[in-house]
Design a protein around this ligand. Structure first.
Ligand SMILES: Nc1ncnc2c1ncn2[C@@H]1O[C@H](COP(=O)(O)O)[C@@H](OP(=O)(O)O)[C@H]1O
Ligand SMILES: [Mg+2]
Length: 327
């Protein structure tokens, strides 16, 4: 078998999100999040910064010169009145990187400030679903490599995700384009097994998932669509790209993300990793108009609106229902 051209990228990416999960899990267990509010009023915590520092350091060291489009930057941490938050971030990072100084941590975080499209670029959401993280529910650490605007490598850690199949909690999903999708327990990340989307062909039997936050996806629109498709069971609501993971491993068939307000533009770090994991597991991802997600425009999915992700076989039917459904 030919060796994967991205085996090193995959190895480093999985290792980085697994390491970042350790910080996130520890901070979540303390319940002391040192939460700040960003300009868009969304929350950010010590764990978001710590996770971004750890992942960006790993990528920068392994692939110097690769730009990273990540969600956070260090500006808030550099403010004199936030020194205690910075000290806490440094303390957490030092558990994994004992020699790290304040300046190291700030500069690792700022490795993620690229915003322009580049032929080869990484995208990172250090904590996707920060609101879920604060509720002690689902969140993800999502890392992907884009080559010429196409997602080629994905690593997606879901530290609070469980499964019907075992007592395990916490998984890392991964994929390289053309090579399938895999899952491993966070406790033994090298023990990867292949995953596939479900083979369900009857829309009315489908299980569908959506955001917990009604501000992120229109719940009344999705229930209209479910009705049209003949789905009687309630949606499963969970935060973060864990939704992509659940569809990828065949535990749900549909993930709908239906725009709540016309001006909102989705960010690439909220979708790149999950999108490749589903596609490589046999599923399909488009926006609400049926167009593929276009990751070639920098940080924003500026050509798309919302997301429809399915097991593949149901995609056309679901996309048609979304088109016909009323917003
Ligand atoms: N109006 C909106 N519509 C869609 N997504 C939004 C939104 N406002 C914020 N988001 C994004 O929704 C993400 C969480 O998605 P979900 O609802 O699936 O958990 C947030 O990621 P962060 O938590 O990383 O900030 C944020 O980027
Ligand atoms: Mg996010």
């Amino acid at each position: 078998m030919a060796t994967s051209p991205y085996s090193e990228e995959l190895r480093i990416a999985i290792e980085a999100v697994v390491e970042a999960s350790k910080i996130c899990r520890h901070i979540q267990s303390t319940e002391d999040f040192a939460e700040l509010s960003k300009n868009d009023k969304s929350p950010v915590t010590v764990a978001d910064f710590g996770s971004q520092a750890i992942v960006c350091k790993a990528i920068q060291e392994a692939f110097p010169g690769d730009p990273i489009i990540a969600e956070e930057d260090s500006a808030a941490l550099r403010l004199p009145d936030q020194i205690s938050v910075l000290e806490r971030v440094v303390k957490e990072v030092k558990k994994l990187q004992p020699a790290a100084s304040k300046e190291d941590v700030l500069s690792w975080i700022d490795q993620g400030v690229s915003r322009d499209p580049a032929p080869r670029t990484w995208t990172l959401d250090p904590i996707d679903g920060t609101k879920g993280f604060l509720r002690k529910e689902q969140y993800a650490i999502a890392l992907a490599l884009l080559i010429d605007g196409q997602v080629q490598v994905a690593a997606l850690a879901c530290p609070n995700l469980d499964t019907a199949e075992s007592d395990d909690v916490g998984f890392v999903f991964s994929a390289v384009r053309g090579e399938g999708a895999f899952v491993a327990s966070l406790s033994s990340p090298n023990d990867r097994r292949s995953i596939q989307t479900s083979d369900c062909t009857s829309a009315k039997e489908a299980r569908f998932c959506e955001s917990v936050e009604s501000g992120h996806s229109d719940h009344s629109w999705s229930s209209e669509i479910a009705k049209q498709l003949g789905i009687s069971r309630d949606s499963v609501r969970l935060d973060s790209q864990a939704k992509y993971a659940v569809v990828a491993r065949g535990e749900a068939e549909i993930y709908l993300r239906l725009p709540t307000k016309p001006g909102y533009v989705e960010k690439i770090w909220d979708h790149a990793a999950g999108c490749l994991v589903i596609e490589e597991a046999g599923g399909t991802v488009t926006d609400v108009h049926g167009y593929p997600l276009d990751f070639s425009k920098g940080a924003l999915l500026s050509e798309n609106q919302g997301v429809i992700a399915t097991n593949g076989t149901l995609h056309e039917e679901v996309a048609a229902a979304v088109k016909n459904g009323t917003a």
